[in-house]
Design a binder for this molecule. Sequence first.
Ligand SMILES: Nc1nc2c(ncn2[C@@H]2O[C@H](COP(=O)(O)OP(=O)(O)O)[C@@H](O)[C@H]2O)c(=O)[nH]1
Ligand SMILES: [Mg+2]
Length: 367
Amino acid sequence: MNSELLDLAVVIPVFNERGNVATMVARIDAALKGRRWEAIFVDDDSADGTADAVREIARVDNRIRVIQRIGRRGLSSACIEGMCATAAPHVAVIDGDGQHDETLLPDMLDAFAEDTRLDVVIGSRFVDGGGTGEWDHDRVAKSALATRLSRRVLEADLNDPMSGFFMIRADVVRRLAPNLSGIGFKILLDIMTAAPKPLHFKELPYVFRVRTEGESKLDHVVAMEYLIALYDRAFGRIVPVRFAMFSAIGGMGVAVHMAILSALYVGLGASFVAGQIAATLGALTFNFFLNNALTYRDRRLKGPKRLFLGWLSFAVVCGVGLIANVGIATYLHEVQDSYWALSAIAGILVGAVWNFALSSRFTWGRY
Ligand SMILES: Nc1nc2c(ncn2[C@@H]2O[C@H](COP(=O)(O)OP(=O)(O)O)[C@@H](O)[C@H]2O)c(=O)[nH]1
Ligand SMILES: [Mg+2]
């Protein structure tokens, strides 16, 4: 390889990592001495000014770039965009918090030179010489379970399919990009399962380091994100994940409604109207908070004022949705009355799609 030519792009997904940016650049620079590389930080408009911290360095070092994404969140999609934004033939993905061992990068590059059939080189915690450093017990157990599940999905003898640290041929990523789900945080698993023919890979050991600056974004959502990614692989094209979650939560809302109504009306002898109003508000509130925590966890509304305004817009959207639901169902029922249940289901479907579309635009549209 001609040493004048750009050989590697290091893609660094970052979210609220301002305090880690300069260290990352210095470490990558030291690790890749003598190689032609560039680093692309992909930031999801972090409030702490991560993107500006990168720009400060980029003004004096043109190997450094930043992609600042507005209105979007997500580790996988950030990595995909970074990987597609370079002319380098190899791209590496590495966390921006220093937990991955950047001194492995030259070995990864050399592996491609040694074996031209290789598509991807993976930094692995679970081969000889690798390790998870000072992980707590809970995290080790969760990760082991997820690793086992993924190995089954993959049907490849890969020891660390959940690794977030790897290097891949850029043309391979670009070819697969249209088929990647881009959801969740397991970009490597996404890439490996999207490939029509199994990719040639090699694992190199490294030890996961302890984070010293900033905080982890993935700890508490790991298990759920993982299930979402599996769902998306299997059914995502038929019913999108978000709509499925929104509808499932809507279904739970019905149960909440009935529970409140029966408690007030049957249990406490309140009037039916009062019970119905209280139950509607209760179910609405339940749905709002659950959707805020799960369906829209990446755009979660926080703070009393935003939560209240969000709740209010959700109530308005669902109120209109209810009118649409009843209107459609009544109309269909008037046209033909033999399939009354179908009329009702059509009304519910229209209402659900309305609520989903409008609330994702107005309630969780901006943050
Ligand atoms: N652009 C972007 N980066 C993210 C997002 N979530 C996490 N990251 C970055 O991905 C890397 C790994 O995340 P981290 O929270 O350290 O995960 P952990 O090491 O598994 O606890 C870090 O550099 C984060 O800043 C996201 O939604 N968007
Ligand atoms: Mg980390």
